[in-house]
Design a protein around this ligand. Structure first.
Ligand code: ZN
Length: 430
């Protein structure tokens, strides 16, 4: 029996708002938390003692968020239903001593984060966002959302081979300019950022800052059937997961405990205190069991019945490079979410996982598509196999097919985000 669809284009409209307001993982989790707060979820501190009350709760740690809803009648061994995703996207990150320059240009020294498509950052107007940590330990989010920086491409007259294969040196060629001046002074950039954030520069003890393209996400195409925007890998899934969790919680009585696990640092291997290969999710699940009076046996029973849908973007077939894709598995934009398979466990999906996802999609009245890599191409991976291996949780890798993955501005179908949200809701409610 399929239920009436919960989400439509209004969900995609809200995705555009969410993408624009989330230029860093810290903003992504703050904005997801804000949506969950509106649905009645309340923040719990990891340093407090937890109680076994029912209702929606969430933990924030850096760029990660774990949210869950304890329904009436939940027992200590009640299994979890988890939607997993990641909050980080490949980009440029400000170095510890950022103030530099040459030839009369003021520049910002940056490191490269994740598998960035470097050319897509050239000649874009960039803002600067992230968090600054004050001497008293408080974190302050900052978002300078106006054209501030730019990585200027070399003119074709000075690089005649540019169109035959652009070569970018990761150290020399990716340093943005942000103004003019020969008198480069250490502390200049951070003083500027502190002023924009409304704090005293002398109070700034640390920072995690990153440029972002300021061009707004937008509908695109003849019938506005596409969406172009930054960081859809993988804020599209975080946004859909938060909407699905709020919708599932609103139904009240659930046979499982629905969870959203949004991790940082997927793009560089997930090994951090806020990454999927860290203890955060396991700690939250375990403490939730214990808070309801559960024993280690209850925890083992709960995890044995738990299923995770790991949602992330995948590749739609590129019309100019169809040979790079598998010849018979052809995910299309607006064809519904994709089920991602790789028998070498770059994706955690197996046949029984397929059955779980197929059932959720059927209940939601949503079509789904199959994704598998061309054997001659390396296959990406995601938090799915890590979650499965680290916690022993049955995991299924799914997502949305997009073009231009890891570009500063990606492209996907305008219907797929809400089709995904409907499938995730049906999975969390089951
Ligand atoms: Zn991703």
């Amino acid at each position: 029996m399929s239920r009436p669809a919960r989400f439509d284009r209004g969900h995609t409209d809200d995705l555009l708002t969410y993408l624009a307001a989330s230029p860093s993982p810290y903003h992504a989790v703050a904005n997801a938390a804000e949506r969950l707060e509106k649905a009645g979820f309340r923040k719990v501190e990891e340093t407090d003692a937890w109680d076994g009350t029912t209702g929606g709760k969430y933990v924030l740690r850096g760029g990660a968020l774990i949210a869950w809803f304890v329904p009436e009648g939940a027992e200590p061994h009640t299994p979890f239903r988890i939607v997993g995703a990641h909050t980080d996207s490949p980009n440029l990150r400000v170095k510890p001593l950022p103030d530099t320059g040459a030839a009369g240009w003021r520049q910002v020294a940056v490191e490269l984060y994740g598998g960035t498509l470097l050319n897509t950052w050239l000649d874009r107007d960039l803002g600067l966002a992230g968090r600054i940590t004050l001497r008293d330990g408080r974190d302050v989010l900052v978002n300078i959302d106006r054209p501030l920086l730019r990585v200027p491409q070399l003119a074709i007259h000075l690089d005649r081979g540019a169109n035959d294969g652009l070569k970018l040196d990761r150290q020399k060629h990716m340093q943005p300019i942000w103004g003019l001046g020969d008198d480069v002074q250490e502390g200049d950039l951070i003083a500027f950022v502190a002023e924009e954030a409304g704090v005293d520069a002398r109070d700034v003890a640390g920072w995690d800052l990153m440029p972002h393209p300021v061009e707004a996400p937008a509908y695109l195409g003849r019938d506005r059937e596409l969406v172009a925007g930054p960081r859809m890998d993988n804020l599209l899934s975080v946004h859909a997961g938060a909407a699905a969790l709020a919708a599932a919680a609103a139904t009240g009585e659930l046979p499982h405990i629905p969870v959203l696990a949004a991790f940082d640092h997927e793009e560089n291997g997930s090994q951090s205190d806020t990454g999927a290969d860290g203890p955060l999710l396991g700690s939250v699940l375990e403490r939730s069991v214990h808070a309801r009076g559960g024993s280690p046996e209850d925890r083992a029973r709960a995890l044995a019945g738990t299923i995770c849908l790991s949602s992330d973007t995948g590749h739609a077939v590129h019309p100019n490079y169809p040979e790079r894709h598998d010849p018979t598995h052809h995910p299309r934009a607006n064809g519904g979410p994709i089920l991602k398979v790789n028998v070498n466990m770059r994706y955690a999906t197996d046949g029984s996982g397929r059955a779980v996802f197929a059932e959720a999609c059927e209940k939601a009245g949503v079509p789904f598509q199959n994704f598998v890599s061309n054997n001659a191409m390396p296959c990406g991976t995601t938090i799915g196999p890590i979650t499965a291996a680290r916690h022993g949780i049955k995991t299924v890798d799914i997502g949305v097919a997009i073009l231009s993955m890891h570009s500063a501005r990606e492209l996907c179908g305008a219907d797929d985000p809400f089709l995904l949200a409907n499938a995730l809701t049906a999975f969390l409610e089951n």
